[in-house]
Design a protein around this ligand. Structure first.
Ligand code: NIG
Ligand code: FE
Length: 405
């Protein structure tokens, strides 16, 4: 047994078995002056220091008044990629928009070209290095998408790398098949042919090799329509893959409607929302995942999270880490942006990035809160953080002193 004693604030103490909505989002349950005991990598006991059981412990960590909380859960990343797109970053500084860069052959298709040139071992090594770094910033469970292969070999290469990450890393990893991220060059004038390839050739192999948990589509003008999204999601569902959908990033074209009809776990982005989109989300259990670091980097509107909370829509936060629209994996920065730009309170933002993020990856029974039996995947915060409000307040920093599991 491992004991952590003298915890200044033990944060997010609740069963946390389902996504929080509305008023519940404003509450962050805290135990001050606490202890926590870990046994077999699970939370075994916790409480007030004055009630610490008299026992012997294999290891004792003195938190010296510092804060302890569950790790962040990053439910939306594209962390397996071949090369950075820093050249496009410079184009953007010089005035081009994300969409203009994509239209002249950059963007996702730029990453696809590089993905099809890299060998699997190098790709794995690069990805593993990144994942280690990401974990040091407090991310304790992560979703990773394919979508830079856009060919049979390219998509399988990415998904097999994700599978290897799952095998070699001690945190929950969910794999998402995003073959419908863009239409590849070879199918420029034959989108139907590409969709057929995804459905008839790739999905059966992915299912057979158990390479994915979820299916995603970039439902957007110039990418995939709502009808195409519907067709692809339904095909994924027949192979046991639950939907998570990129929707409403630049235009509202019906992605939310299709995603909820197919019981999507989440719809992600949501920078552009109309009244009908709100109505549909209100009536569903699909989690609305905002990606404010993407808005920050490519300078687009932020998802209207406050209005979503007011409408009792379950919201979550993720990085969207990728080489094009969001080159950061810092969940703490995401939580800060949600407060600064989307006017969430620290309680709401922390709830979105822990309990609700866990639900959006079907990890609500094992992650996202301090509860007996949940995975001990915890972070001890740095000594300068004296209160949970200071987690988003010290923006763009790394609050983690130590990961404890
Ligand atoms: O979520 N919007 C679509 N896909 C990614 C960006 C991918 C890229 O630019 O490489 C996103 O922002
Ligand atoms: Fe994304």
């Amino acid at each position: 047994m491992k004991l952590i004693k003298n915890i200044g604030q033990l944060l997010q103490v609740r069963e946390g078995k389902q996504a929080l909505k509305g008023e519940e989002m404003s509450i962050l349950p805290v135990i001050k002056d606490a202890y926590l005991i870990i046994k077999d990598k699970k939370i075994y006991d916790f409480g007030k220091m004055q009630n610490l059981p008299d026992n012997t412990y294999r290891e004792v960590i003195d938190a010296k008044g510092q804060l302890l909380m569950p790790t962040w859960i990053d439910s939306h990343t594209h962390l397996v990629y071949a090369a950075s797109r820093a050249d496009e970053f410079v184009d953007k500084i010089n005035g081009l928009s994300y969409e203009q860069i994509a239209q002249r052959g950059g963007g996702i298709l730029n990453s696809v070209k590089k993905m099809n040139e890299i060998d699997a071992e190098t790709l794995y090594q690069k990805s593993a290095l990144l994942l280690k770094e990401i974990m040091s910033y407090g991310t304790g469970a992560i979703e990773i998408k394919s979508g830079y292969g856009l060919s049979i070999n390219g998509e399988l290469k990415m998904l097999r790398v994700i599978k290897k990450l799952k095998e070699n890393f001690d945190i929950p990893i969910k794999a998402t098949f995003l073959g419908a991220h863009a239409v590849p060059m070879a199918y420029k004038n034959n989108k139907k042919g590409y969709i057929d390839l995804l459905i008839n050739e790739l999905l059966p192999i992915i299912a057979k090799e158990k390479l994915a948990d979820y299916i995603d589509v970039f439902c957007e003008k110039n990418y995939f329509t709502a009808e195409e999204t519907n067709q692809i999601l339904k095909a994924g569902i027949t192979y046991g893959l639950k939907p998570k959908v990129h929707a409403n990033q630049f235009n509202s074209i019906g992605g939310i409607d299709i995603a909820t009809q197919n019981n999507a776990l989440s719809v992600d982005h949501l920078e552009v929302m109309n009244d009908k989109d709100f109505e549909i989300l209100k009536r569903s259990d699909t989690i609305a995942t905002a990606l404010p670091a993407c808005s920050f980097f490519i300078d687009i509107p932020y998802a209207p999270l406050k209005k979503m909370i007011d409408n009792d829509i379950a919201i979550s936060l993720a990085t969207d880490f990728n080489p094009g629209s969001t080159p950061t994996f810092n969940m703490n920065f995401v939580v800060s942006l949600a407060c600064i730009k989307q006017k969430l309170t620290p309680e709401q933002a922390i709830n979105a990035a822990t309990v609700n993020a866990a639900a959006s990856l079907e990890l609500e029974n094992e992650m996202g809160s301090i509860a007996i039996g949940k995975k001990a995947n915890l972070m001890l915060l740095k000594a300068y953080i004296k209160d949970f409000k200071e987690i988003p307040y010290f923006f763009a920093t790394n609050p983690v002193e130590m990961i404890i599991n």
